[in-house]
Design a protein around this ligand. Sequence first.
Ligand SMILES: Cc1ncc(C[n+]2csc(CCOP(=O)(O)OP(=O)(O)O)c2C)c(N)n1
Ligand SMILES: [Mg+2]
Length: 434
Amino acid sequence: MAKKNKPKSRRQRRMDPRSNGRGARPLARLSTGPCERSYTIVDYRLEKPTFTVRQVSIGEGVRYQVEGDLGGPVPPIRDSAYLDRKQCLEIYRWMLLNRKMEAALENLYKQGKVVGGVYFGLGQEACSCASAYALKPEEWLGPMIRNQGSLLVRGFSARDIMMQYMAKAGSPTRGRDASSHFGDIQQRNVVAPISTLGDLIPVLAGVALGARLQGRKIAVMTYIGDGGQSTGVTYEGLNFAAVQRLGLVLLVENNLWGYSTPADMQFLVKDLAERAIAYGIPGVIVDGTDACQVYDAAHEACERARRGEGPTLIEAKMMRMKGHAIHDAADYVPPPLLEYWRKRDPIARFEAYLLEKGWLTARQNLELIASVDRELEADREFAVNSPMPEPESAAGGLFCSDGCHDIRPKYAIPKVTAGKRSRLSETAGAVHLK
Ligand SMILES: Cc1ncc(C[n+]2csc(CCOP(=O)(O)OP(=O)(O)O)c2C)c(N)n1
Ligand SMILES: [Mg+2]
């Protein structure tokens, strides 16, 4: 007797390679050739440089050389669709403070007062300050080493940062770290940087998930470099955020160098924003030296996050204008590249823009610069004269074995439950407020 075909169960249909995975009939056979799909990457830039950095052999050795057009005119700052005069002036002030604080840190290092190294965000001030400025106070930031401007915007003072570098008793980690590994999960909602590149991304995705379980519609922002974005954990963290529609804003800071490796030798995609396509999330390109572009893209990504629509990847293109850290003279960088980006200095261009727009008079500008200098000098003086920690304090406050720390979860018990569905990804659309 001929064996009758039994109707397939839903699970069998889902596993059937000819089915479309949702239990529907197999896809219609294609009668024409393969089709092409296209994706959109939003590009805010007013200038799209086309040069590349190549490694060339010179005798026994190698060096890097720039090929392409470096002679184009410097682009103007793009008017912001959201920022008013007062906000622009605030961002400009943060950028000035960011730069001047780092210049002070370099001097402190050269005076032998810094314990360890110093990292600089020279040329990246617009990216740090204007992005962090897009967050609301109750939202969260996970900065990396170059985002000292973001820390200032979130409420750390230049005094805190200078004391941290000098490992002073009054520094955020009370002398236990002499670099950037500090945050504040109580007041400023800043997660401490993690040196292992990419690891902050799943952590911040977790913060966004925690916030959602609390029924909070917030944005959570973090950064990764052009080098660090190649790590596996970057993929895992961002993919998790994408699948769960978490409110993560990831700024990929493409400053053209990962230590001494040029971006052109790290990946083949034209723009790192294209990586967003593979995650199924929006990808945006901005000129990282234009504070208005950075703010607008960050603001739009934060609004998307607040609406529960998931993460956004923003690629900010700019140049690391110093070595990896103070010990690195960066003589592997071709001088014409530095010259090109020096003309695109984020602070000088923003200053000229504000003056030209009439949002800042020459006199107001001088007053503003003087006020930043005064603030910085007072902070520097305080930091230099503040005491080092008592030696015996080194052993304390590291482990909480005897109840010495009162560690409480920031948001305590979740306020939302996920109905009957168990897959986390479904909770985005099926949360019930208690
Ligand atoms: C997983 C991992 N690999 C290597 C390092 C060592 N490391 C620290 S910074 C750095 C270069 C990072 O370059 P990029 O991500 O472009 O950031 P940038 O320094 O340019 O801001 C490297 C290789 C690390 N910290 N973590
Ligand atoms: Mg880099």
